[in-house]
Design a protein around this ligand. Structure first.
Ligand code: ADP
Length: 451
């Protein structure tokens, strides 16, 4: 069953049941109260008949008295101890003749109940009395409740009519409710189908006035679409950048390889130059693919291995390795060492990226400074970064100026990777740089908890 029909069916069903139960309860409560009252009235009438007959026996015959007391729409009759009618003593008012012989299921003693005969209700009361011949008999009083029955029929009719009329708004509101809930969902499904068909990211048109859950659902869906679109575009840009970056070294390798193929045997000096170039490009490609892999694995494989590490020692090692690689001076300045609980390899990788950049983009010595906080500063006095590029240097494949950086053989992925590493280690990076003056990177470190 469709959701729309379910909502309509359940909401209407509950209301229909409620209204019907209410009407039936009202009707039967009223019937009971009315019949109880009528029976009380018949009982009190019967009592006065009984006492009237008992007191007046000297002057009138019992039968005369009964004729005098018989209700207009009722009957009086006397039965003996075995429940047999004493025919002469049946006195009836305006009631069908068949009532005279109506068997009430005789029991000795006092009785009172509501009986139905030929579709008409009667208030019935029986009580014992001494008959004129001294025998114990039972006086039975019947009083027609036809007017009450008629009134109750009218009440039943009115209640049925009211129930039927009350169901009309219930049906209408059920339909409106299901439409109200279903319309945005249908629009959502429609948009999803459109997206599937056209393979584009679309928004659901939203009604700004409402601020309900369905509006929030639509809004969340639109936000999700934006996020997916943004990620999709990023991925697309990443793949096209990556393939573009890989094409350059591959073209260089291809052209040098063909050169060696064509002229290698005749001109041995070409071979040396080509092999050098091919080697350099191969190393660059290796670095690039390693960084790409690291970035692609972000979130999935980056599990932190935490331990207590001595920052002073760590910085000394990094400086020594960089000095060897770049053949330039890297100073470390720390008043006293600081211990930090973090992932040593990842922190090392992060610092290497900044020190590597500092060495690449400056000729004078680079300084690594450890201070309280703890913070690590990597300071160079190199070419610096122009102001309007500072925000972009952390983007993947961004390089300030292709021409000025080509010689350094960077990939443009270093700082993007550094940003991801810093996030995973809860490190805040501040970059302060001025063109032709130098760059200062401040890493604000935090101890990580093992949970
Ligand atoms: P790359 O591999 O090109 O160095 P990065 O992501 O590490 O890529 O850096 C992005 C760009 O930011 C670099 O290409 C360079 O232009 C600039 N840059 C980064 N660090 C420095 C620095 N210390 N001095 C000057 N420019 C820098």
């Amino acid at each position: 069953m469709k959701l729309k029909n379910k909502i309509f069916f359940y909401s209407t069903f509950v209301f229909v049941i409620l209204i019907v139960v209410l009407s039936v309860t009202i009707y039967y409560t009223f019937v009971n109260i009315t019949y109880d009252r009528e029976l009380e009235r018949v009982e009190s009438n019967a009592k006065s008949i009984h006492s009237g007959i008992r007191e007046e026996t000297d002057e009138y015959s019992a039968i005369d008295l009964m004729s005098f007391y018989v209700p207009n729409d009722g009957m009086l009759r006397v039965v003996n101890q075995d429940g047999q009618f004493m025919t002469s003593s049946i006195i009836s008012g305006d009631v069908p003749n068949s009532l005279r012989k109506f068997n009430v299921g005789f029991e000795r003693g006092r009785q009172s109940s509501i009986l139905t005969h030929s579709g008409i209700s009667y208030g019935f009361v029986q009580f014992p009395m001494i008959w004129t011949n001294g025998e114990v008999v039972y006086l039975q009083v019947f009083e027609s409740l036809k007017t009450v029955d008629d009134n109750l029929d009218i009440l039943r009719l009115v209640l049925m009519l009211v129930t039927a009329i009350a169901l009309i708004p219930v049906f209408i509101s059920g339909k409106l409710l299901s439409d109200l809930i279903i319309r945005p969902i249908q629009s959502l499904i429609q948009t999803m189908n459109d997206i599937k068909r056209s393979q584009t990211f679309k928004h659901i048109p939203l009604n700004k006035q409402s601020n309900d859950e369905l509006f929030t659902m639509g809004q969340t869906f639109n936000e999700l679409m934006d996020l997916l679109k943004e990620n999709y575009e990023k991925q697309e840009a990443f793949v096209s950048n990556a393939s573009h970056e890989l094409r350059t070294p591959l073209t260089v390798i291809e052209s040098y390889a063909s050169l060696v193929k064509r002229r290698g045997l005749e001109r041995p000096e070409v071979v040396k130059e080509s092999i050098d170039a091919i080697h350099t490009e191969a190393v660059r490609m290796k670095d690039l693919t390693e960084q790409l892999l690291l970035l692609a694995r972000r979130d999935q494989d980056w599990k932190l291995e935490l331990s207590n590490i001595q920052l002073g020692q760590l910085l000394e090692n990094i400086a020594k390795n960089m000095e060897r690689a770049y053949n330039s001076k890297v100073d470390v300045d720390y008043p006293h060492s600081v211990t930090l609980y973090t992932d040593e390899q990842k922190l090392k990788q992060l610092i290497y990226i900044f020190v590597d950049n500092a060495c690449k983009y400056s000729d004078v010595p680079v300084l690594i400074k450890l201070s309280e906080g703890p913070t690590i500063e990597i300071i160079d006095q190199g070419i610096g970064i122009p102001k309007d590029s500072i925000d972009q240097v952390f983007d993947r494949f961004y390089r300030v100026d292709e021409a000025r950086n080509r010689d350094q053989g960077g990939t443009g992925l270093g700082l993007a990777l550094a940003k991801e590493l810093a996030e995973s280690l809860s490190i805040k990076i501040d970059l302060d740089s001025e063109e032709n003056k130098g760059t200062r990177v401040i890493l604000r470190l935090n101890s990580l908890s093992s949970h």
